[in-house]
Design a protein around this ligand. Structure first.
Ligand code: FAD
Ligand code: NAD
Length: 467
């Protein structure tokens, strides 16, 4: 079969690229090694984690917040099996939605491992070992990533697990030990802490979510400790062993003193590495970077082999679903001869703890490092009428703006629905708005978004109304 474009991998990068190629009139195929489409994000990432976060949040609120609202519940209990089954129903609905979109856009789906024979020929190997050859003008590699580990840790998938197993555990752990205080650790740690597990986080750096603006990590740490999570910052894991149902994790503190924790599960969440196994890159003369095993691309997301492109987690940049999607659209339009653009500085980052954390643009630490002249406007949710009504008083919105031009350079928020609220900041910054521009736009009352306007007012001339 001859195609204009073959996409390898059906995650948010791959399926969006395929749809955009089809929309632009290209004969398109997508190859996926698993029987369901949607990649990490839909099957074992964004969607299942958010389903469990929502279920556990409902339970947690019923147990801890409802009484304050005057709602009494007797014999409150949860059915963990049902929560996990519901998560799977959500996943199934989403992945079959992608199959529908492939049909709707007349994209051929080939199930099997895609491998380069040469730059225009892809061999698809099915699970039964049978092979088919497809030929194409262009190829888009969208093979994503897999969890990384530490060289001395053996992930047995039973007691020492990754996020994939943590999404389908047979029980709520009694004591979950997390290695890594990044996004995955804190999201899945929140799920189990809300359901009653003791959760201990061992983090190598001196703060959690260390790549985000430091003010966010400090506030989140405070709130998660209040929710009962325990943190070992500045600690270095040295090993983990399993005996029966017990895991022992050994680690050193900043002074090099040896410590250990015993639990029933240990989840390793120390980042992810690009996935290129079985792709046959060597057959087209492509190598991967030593660190992170990423495929190198140019500004058009084209590899050093003409006509072969790569997008999403398998290339440089943030490992985020929306970044992969943006690149999927971008690369299809490049192939079609258009001139698309991605502003990588304006890809938002979100952590779905409660309160949620969301950010876009430069952090204060980055601005300091650049020697930029900036001003800061901050507004706490405890001063928001909407947040008082819902009882979500933790967190703030922090706006960083250019000291001279007032252009917004970064927005960092932690609070209720921050994941949705960050969109206003992204749009404002895409249009290079000043902090004052945002203050001049009407914000419905009472909404959490008023906190964004107040932070912009604070940044403009220290003119916040409600603090
Ligand atoms: P992937 O989604 O990894 O898809 C790659 C696909 O390629 C896979 O289906 C794989 O089977 C297939 N494949 C690989 N090799 C071959 C081959 N040779 N032949 C055929 N098929 C192949 N990001 C967010 O933005 N928001 C979130 O809330 C979020 N939550 C997450 C939660 C967890 C627990 C995890 C693990 C990740 C989360 N992410 C989140 C990250 C997000 O899932 C990834 O950034 C995103 O899936 C990357 O998309 P992709 O298309 O590059 O690759
Ligand atoms: P991460 O990079 O977010 O966090 C890893 C953490 O582990 C870091 O804080 C790091 O300092 C720490 N660490 C590294 N080595 C360590 C060691 N030896 N001992 C202790 N701590 C150590 O990675 P992740 O949480 O595994 O997530 C992987 C990717 O998935 C991320 O790039 C993220 O963007 C993506 N993801 C995104 C979302 C979201 O958008 N909400 C959710 C989950 C995952």
């Amino acid at each position: 079969m001859q195609y204009d474009v073959i996409v390898i991998g059906s995650g948010p990068g791959g399926y969006v690229a395929a749809i955009r190629c089809a929309q632009l009139g290209m004969k398109t195929a997508i190859i996926e090694k698993y029987s369901t489409l949607g990649g990490t994000c839909l099957n074992v990432g964004c969607i299942p984690s958010k389903a469990l976060l929502d279920s556990s949040e409902h339970y947690h609120n019923a147990a801890h917040a409802f009484s304050d609202h005057g709602i009494k519940l007797d014999n409150l209990a949860f059915d963990f099996g049902r929560m996990v089954a519901r998560k799977q129903e959500v996943v199934n609905a989403n992945t079959s939605g992608i199959s529908f979109l492939m049909k709707k856009n007349k994209i051929d789906v080939h199930t099997g491992v895609g491998s380069f024979k040469d730059k225009n020929t892809i061999v698809v190997t099915k699970t039964d070992g049978t092979k088919a050859e497809l030929t194409t003008e262009k190829v888009i590699i969208a093979t994503g990533s897999k969890p990384s580990s530490l060289p001395f840790l053996k992930i047995d998938k039973q007691r020492i697990i990754t996020s994939t197993e943590a999404l389908s555990l047979p029980e709520v752990p009694k004591h979950l030990i997390l290695i890594g205080g990044g996004v995955i650790g804190l999201e899945l740690g929140s799920v189990y802490a809300r359901l009653g597990a003791k959760v201990s986080v061992i983090e190598f750096m001196d703060g959690i979510i260390p790549t985000m603006d430091k003010a966010l990590g400090r506030e989140l740490l405070k709130v998660l400790k209040k929710q009962g999570m325990e943190f070992y910052l500045n600690h270095k894991v040295t090993g983990a062993t399993v005996e029966g149902d017990e895991v022992t994790v050994t680690f050193d503190n900043a002074k090099g003193e040896k410590q250990e924790l015993k639990g029933d599960y240990c989840m390793v969440a120390v980042g992810r590495v690009a996935y290129t196994d079985g792709l046959g890159l060597e057959n087209i003369g492509l190598t991967v970077e030593e660190r992170g095993r990423k495929i190198t691309v140019d500004e058009h997301l084209e590899t050093s082999v003409k006509g072969v492109y790569a997008i999403g987690d398998v290339i440089k940049g943030a490992m985020l679903a929306h970044k992969a999607e943006d690149e999927g659209t971008f690369v299809a339009e490049i192939i079609a001869g258009q001139k698309p653009h991605i502003n990588y500085n304006l890809i938002p980052g979100v952590v779905y703890t409660w309160p949620e954390v969301a950010a876009v643009g430069f952090t204060e630490e980055q601005l300091k490092e650049q020697g930029a002249k900036y001003k800061v406007g901050s507004f706490p949710f405890k001063a928001s009428g909407r947040a008082r009504a819902s009882g979500d008083l933790d967190g703030f919105v922090k706006v960083l703006a250019d000291a001279t031009t007032d252009e917004i350079l970064g927005v960092h928020m932690i609070g209720p629905r921050a994941a949705d609220m960050i969109a206003e900041a992204v749009v404002a910054m895409e249009f290079r708005a000043s902090a004052e521009d945002v203050t001049r736009a009407s914000h419905a009352h009472p909404t959490y978004t008023e906190a964004m306007r107040e932070a912009c007012l604070a940044a403009t001339e220290n003119r916040a109304i409600h603090i």
